[in-house]
Design a protein around this ligand. Structure first.
Ligand SMILES: Cc1cc2nc3c(=O)[nH]c(=O)nc-3n(C[C@H](O)[C@H](O)[C@H](O)COP(=O)(O)OP(=O)(O)OC[C@H]3O[C@@H](n4cnc5c(N)ncnc54)[C@H](O)[C@@H]3O)c2cc1C
Length: 638
């Protein structure tokens, strides 16, 4: 913290120090020496600073939203390109749409994929860091193949056809590495929320009676300690006299915060301790997540309530009991899936013979948009999608996009909108009014995945922590990267090696209804500078790990802030969406109806924030365009 912060947003992280040697701006920008020698474009995964929805990716879309874009732009230049399919959005859903279409139409099918970012994969984003000769890979978004319900047949088949063997996971993960080093989970209490900075090992599952010792050291009031102890140690029925159905119905209509305060009679000082527990899944705290979901997620207070092991009406998709999907985490998360899809579509852009080659290797971004049957055009914000004539009879769709300050247009016999639902009404004013309203309902969840490269993790080791929950801090979680081996990629195994530390923040405004919290968080996120992120990262890590010898000026080598103002797809919530309990029609179903030669994909179309939803919705959308008979996408989901 002693060293002044000299970096600014527009510099994207200049002057990073590696082992005491200042990096040149080129290195700090993520450019490698061979880039310089070849004079090639930057390699997006290696760019540091503010990434995710980076500067330059959203301004055009916001101008369209605000009505200023069309006042200033000139006429679109028709570049004469025609395609069998134009896909808007190069996330997993857009890439999967292209893949399904190509499977049906054959390898000669002409496909163009457009995306407003400088990288592909949408939320499935890769971060790469060069520390000396070593490459460290991190995930800037989608963490893993992991869903609260089993993958559909279509999604499982896609994953398998890409060559991903989900049964290999146990061999990829070095399970127990941190535990063998004596490290485990911890809670960081911060001064502003709890009156004192304190890092405490979390009550461990293996220990006989871990809570009393934990609570004794926690900077909590006597009343909070007493009530937390009661919640976890003295099971009670807080809704006596009701049967299972009636209890679940009540729990679905009250927040977990209200359950704790009103039903379980906890002192208000208890709430900050649990406030951020649902952040990673909901982007919201316990004020905006139902008690029923809290029960499903295993939060305390329900052990004595004799709730049957079945979901209640209105239970969130994340919280429902039942089988989960298989789990696989590549070092870059599901960006490996995105790369594998791009490899199938544009083999020259992603070299490699195996999944491991693709997970570890370097994609060639200069080849994505070369002439060929399939092309991927980045930095291209689609601003208008309209049929050439009446939608019922038109043979083509005209797709206009802004690239390098110019408006261009192409034509497609078919179009999949795999972009965010809330964008579509602005692109496609010809859609029916009620469909546009249903599309606008899909307010995304803002979320930030910050990757910090540390010179070493000796401070974590000294304090015996590998992952920390920080209920009151700027970032509410801090995790050492999972030790995963893929191909020639080896994770750091010794505390003196450099490592990627993953931190998460979900901006929200407790007290407001869920969607409004997301909107407020999005506004906050777009107004937060890289400098603010950096200062908070350094300060939080220094306060948390200082006793272990952490020095931010010496230890932080690089920082990539993946901000996603439009992050997770909005999932329905029994507190705010009465139809989710009562069984009324779902906005996502009205929103995703095909219109002429335009079909709608994206995880938003299922109101389900998981990769399998993105794939399933692609499968459905392409099926609609091809007039194929396909099974409904996500089966029993929403
Ligand atoms: C931080 C984070 C972590 C996640 N972790 C997991 C996880 O561990 N497991 C899991 O299964 N799921 C996870 N998810 C959810 C998962 O990433 C998504 O469900 C899935 O990847 C969404 O894919 P998509 O293609 O539907 O949307 P996106 O990935 O959002 O892709 C849509 C693309 O369309 C682009 N676009 C929007 N408007 C335009 C326009 N006008 N012109 C051109 N392009 C446009 C967007 O910029 C974006 O690139 C996570 C999501 C986030 C944000």
């Amino acid at each position: 913290m002693r060293r002044g912060i000299t970096r600014r947003d527009f510099l994207n992280g200049v002057a990073l120090s590696v082992g005491g040697v200042l990096l040149s701006p080129r290195e700090a920008f993520g450019l490698r020496f061979d880039d310089a020698a070849r004079g090639t474009a930057p390699y997006p995964p290696a760019l540091t600073g503010l990434r995710g929805s980076h500067e330059g990716s959203f301004e055009v879309a916001h101008a369209v939203r605000d009505g200023s874009f069309w006042k200033t732009v000139g006429p679109a230049a028709d570049n004469g390109e025609t395609y069998d399919l134009v896909v808007v959005g190069a996330g997993i859903s857009g890439l999967a749409s292209a893949w399904y279409f190509r499977k049906a139409a054959g390898p000669a099918a002409r496909i163009l994929i457009l995306d407003n970012h400088d990288d592909f994969g949408g939320h499935a984003r890769r971060n790469e860091f060069q520390v000396g000769k070593r490459t460290l890979i991190g995930y800037g978004g989608t963490f893993a193949i992991d869903s609260p319900a089993p993958y559909s047949r279509a999604a499982s088949a896609l994953v398998a056809e890409l060559g991903v063997d989900v049964s290999r996971w146990e061999r990829m993960l070095e399970r127990g590495l941190y535990a063998r080093l004596g490290m485990g989970s911890a809670v960081f209490f911060d001064r502003a929320t709890f009156g004192a900075d304190r890092l405490l090992r979390a009550p461990g599952k293996g220990e006989a009676d871990p809570w009393p010792a934990f609570l004794a050291q926690a900077p909590l009031s006597e009343a909070a300690r007493r009530d937390i102890r009661r919640l976890v140690k003295e099971p009670a029925d807080y809704l006596p006299g009701l049967d299972d159905d009636a209890k679940k119905a009540r729990l679905a209509r009250m927040s977990y915060a209200d359950f704790l305060a009103k039903s379980a009679g906890c002192h208000p000082d208890v709430l900050p301790f649990f406030q951020a527990r649902p952040h990673a899944l909901y982007g919201l705290g316990i004020d905006a997540v139902s008690a029923l979901d809290a029960w499903g997620l295993g939060l305390p207070g329900f052990a004595g309530m004799k709730l049957g092991p079945t979901a209640g009406p209105g239970m969130g998709l994340d919280a429902r009991p039942g089988r989960r999907s298989p789990f696989v985490h590549f070092p870059d998360g599901n960006a490996t899936l995105a790369r594998l899809l791009v490899q199938r579509l544009i083999p020259r852009a992603v070299p490699g013979c195996s999944v491991a080659d693709v997970a570890v290797g370097r994609a060639d971004y200069t080849r994505l948009d070369e002439p060929g049957p399939a092309r991927l055009r980045l930095n291209s914000t689609v601003v208008r999608v309209r049929h050439a004539g009446d939608s019922a009879q038109a043979a083509e769709v005209e797709v206009s996009y802004a690239r390098r300050g110019r408006l261009e247009s192409v034509r497609g016999s078919n179009c999949v909108l795999a972009c965010w639902s809330s964008v579509i009404p602005y692109l496609c004013p010809e859609l029916p009014q009620d469909q546009r309203e249903a599309l606008a309902d899909a307010a995304k969840v803002p979320i930030v995945y910050t990757n910090v490269v540390l010179r070493d993790w000796t401070s974590f080791h000294a304090l015996r922590v590998s992952q920390v929950h920080c209920p009151g801090s700027f970032h509410t979680s801090v995790d050492l990267d999972l030790p995963v081996r893929v191909g020639r990629y080896r994770p750091p195994r010794q505390p003196n090696e450099p490592i990627v530390v993953h931190m998460m923040r979900t901006p929200c405004l407790p007290g407001l209804p869920g969607r409004e919290q997301h909107r407020a968080g999005r506004r906050e996120l777009l107004a937060t500078t890289f400098e603010t992120f950096e200062r908070n990262v350094r300060e939080q890590l220094a306060r948390m790990l200082g006793a272990g010898g952490f020095d931010p000026a010496r230890d932080v080598l690089a920082l990539t802030v993946n901000r996603w103002p439009h992050g997770y797809a909005y999932q329905y919530n029994s507190l705010w969406d009465p139809f989710w309990i009562d069984g009324g029609p779902l906005p996502c179903v009205a929103a995703r109806q095909p219109f002429g030669r335009i079909a709608i994909a994206n995880a938003d179309a299922a109101a389900y924030a998981y990769t399998d939803a993105a794939i399933d919705q692609a499968h459905r959308a392409v099926g609609e365009l091809l007039r194929l008979t396909v099974a409904p996408a996500t089966g029993a989901r929403p």
